[in-house]
Design a binder for this molecule. Structure first.
Ligand code: ZN
Length: 567
């Protein structure tokens, strides 16, 4: 096996070499191709995993996994590499993995946004997503985040200011807390700013400049796309950005994709659509199926599965637009998830699945707006005990060329918040490979239940084929897909040799959609199991004895199967 480590974050050249190394060592199982080039011209690598001896990926149901659309979210890349490694190493040894590659395909994109990730890994610059400057063609005036003292970390600056909003916590002076609203306490008071320099400082006003790279590729998908006024970073038009365009084109060109996970950080949750609508917006069967899949995500990974609209909205009055999972569900009609890996809060023993008193709803986003100070102290305690204090840099003086005496310090954002510290990486990502494998294996899958030939005399034969969906999901995957005409029906085709004639039946028969078992949640006495998971097709053929007839059943989401019958 190529050596792949899961206590490190790979730069682009290393990632590229590793992927090609895998493809070279597993030529029958792994192919590495480029989806297209990024804004800066880097290839966006796709690893296609399937056993080519049992058919090409395009004839099989497939599952999509991507990561690192957001520049600093590099542990998601590691998660996809972990999955790649696990699946290739497990083929032939692990029965589920073997069945996965024999009957299905995985499309793995470990680094959706190679430019942004490289800027982060090589230069430690934190931007949201693409490196393309947007919406301004050049940096604006104001404070720009930068490592001002050259220690390799970009932290916070703490400025003494009699009108600052913060003061030190009496028990742990590293921690800043709000000063008294009524002015009843005493200073020193502080102002907090990102570590950086101010472009065109007038000596009085400190503006915080927007990051010059203002795009968010995960707002550029063509679902409910909105302008900058409504959705920051969405770009000038849907799929305006080369990375998103390449991915959207590939996915649209591959109707065999039956589901998807996009990996991000952080929060330790699986997020599902809708981002912009309450759950009422779903066809009910789709919501129930989403919830069933979510339960399995939680069983395998410990991460809760929640709706973005109901539990993960950045602002109570705003909704997210143009995001991948909503696009996959609403425009492609498949179940798609956004997994937010890692949670420092969870590590510190802070439960975000409930309110601070253990009651009430979850507070993944609410926590970033406000939470009890005891929870900050818990985080510092975790930092001191588990990270040996490395995660929080105690304030130290620095002579800032523009602001004079300041202090630098605070959370080492890169070590603690953006991704797991390297020694915790493998533990965090490993369970998600199991969920990917499970999710890929619940797709619909066509099989022949029966093919029979009955001689009728005088070179005439009656042929009967019964095709069934053996997958857990229906062939259409979602009700939304049927409603929006996003999925074609099962087709069963008969191919005759020269000298044979079709007496009755059609050469190509449309056989609708076949159900699965997804909503068979418990056995009762009022819901029977009619055989809606199978389709029967019949023909009468006239041909000389010994002729070979080929039957092909094909469904865009359930694969293609063929069988040759000898008369
Ligand atoms: Zn993200």
């Amino acid at each position: 096996m190529p050596e792949m480590r899961f206590d490190t974050y790979y730069k682009y050249a290393e990632l590229t070499a590793l992927l090609h190394d895998f493809a070279a060592r597993f030529p029958a199982l792994c192919r590495v191709t480029s989806l297209g080039r990024s804004h800066e011209g880097r290839e966006i690598w796709l690893a296609t995993l399937t056993n080519t001896a049992t058919g090409p990926d395009t004839d099989k149901p497939a599952f999509w996994v991507d990561a690192n659309i957001h520049a600093t979210e590099v542990s998601p890349s590691a998660c996809v590499l972990y999955t790649l490694n696990k699946v290739l190493a497990g083929y032939g040894a692990d029965p589920q993995i073997t069945r996965l590659l024999d009957t299905r395909a995985l499309y793995l994109v470990p680094r959706f946004n190679p430019d942004g990730a490289e800027l982060y890994l090589a230069e430690r610059r934190r931007i949201r997503s693409s490196t393309r400057l947007y919406p301004w063609p050049e940096p604006r005036d104001g404070l720009h985040e930068e490592d001002v003292d050259g220690d390799g970390r970009t932290l916070l600056m703490r400025l003494k200011d009699p009108n600052g909003p913060w003061k030190a916590h009496p028990d742990d002076p590293r921690l800043l807390v709000p000063r008294a609203a009524d002015g009843s306490d005493s200073g020193p008071y502080y102002r907090l700013l990102p570590e950086g320099f101010i472009r065109n400082y007038d000596g009085v006003q400190i503006k915080v400049a927007p990051k010059p790279e203002g795009l968010d590729l995960n707002r550029n998908f063509p679902v409910e796309w909105a302008f900058e006024s409504e959705q920051l970073g969405a770009g000038p038009y849907p799929v305006s950005e080369p990375e998103v365009r390449a991915v959207v084109q590939f996915i649209v060109d591959h109707p065999n994709i039956t589901g998807a996970i996009t990996f991000h950080t952080w929060s330790a949750v699986y997020l599902r659509p809708y981002s912009a609508h309450p759950d009422d917006h779903f066809p009910t069967d789709d919501l129930w199926t989403y919830q069933e899949i979510g339960k399995q995500a939680t069983r395998l990974t410990g991460y809760p599965a929640i709706s973005v609209f109901h539990e993960f909205r950045y602002h109570p009055k705003e909704t997210m637009k143009g995001d991948f999972d909503s696009w996959m569900y609403d425009h492609r009609g498949v179940y798609a998830w956004t997994c937010e890996l890692w949670s420092p809060e969870k590590e510190a023993g802070i439960d975000l699945t409930t309110g601070p008193d253990g009651k009430g709803g979850s507070r993944y986003i609410e926590w970033t707006r406000t939470h009890p100070v005891e929870e900050d102290l818990k985080l510092l305690k975790w930092n001191d005990e588990v990270l040996g204090g490395r995660g929080f840099v105690n304030w130290y003086p620095f002579q800032h060329p523009q602001l004079g005496e300041v202090e630098l310090g605070g959370w080492d954002i890169d070590l603690v918040w953006r991704n797991p510290p390297p020694h915790l990486l493998e533990r965090e990502i490993a369970p998600h490979a199991d969920f990917i494998i499970w999710h890929a294996l619940v797709s619909p899958l066509l099989e022949w239940r029966e093919t029979t030939v009955t001689p009728l005399g005088a070179d005439a034969y009656h042929l009967r084929a019964v095709v069934q969906n053996t997958g857990w999901l229906p062939t259409n995957i979602t009700a939304r897909a049927v409603e929006k005409k996003l999925v074609q029906p099962l087709e069963v085709e008969i191919t005759l040799p020269d000298g044979a004639a079709l007496v009755s039946g059609e050469r190509k028969v449309e056989a609708g959609q076949l159900t699965g078992r997804a909503l068979k949640r418990y056995a009762d006495f009022w819901t029977p199991d009619p055989t809606t998971d199978r389709a029967r097709v019949e023909w009468v053929v006239r041909a000389p004895a010994g002729s070979e007839i080929t039957l092909t059943a094909r469904h865009p989401r359930a694969g293609k199967i063929t069988r040759t019958l000898t008369l």
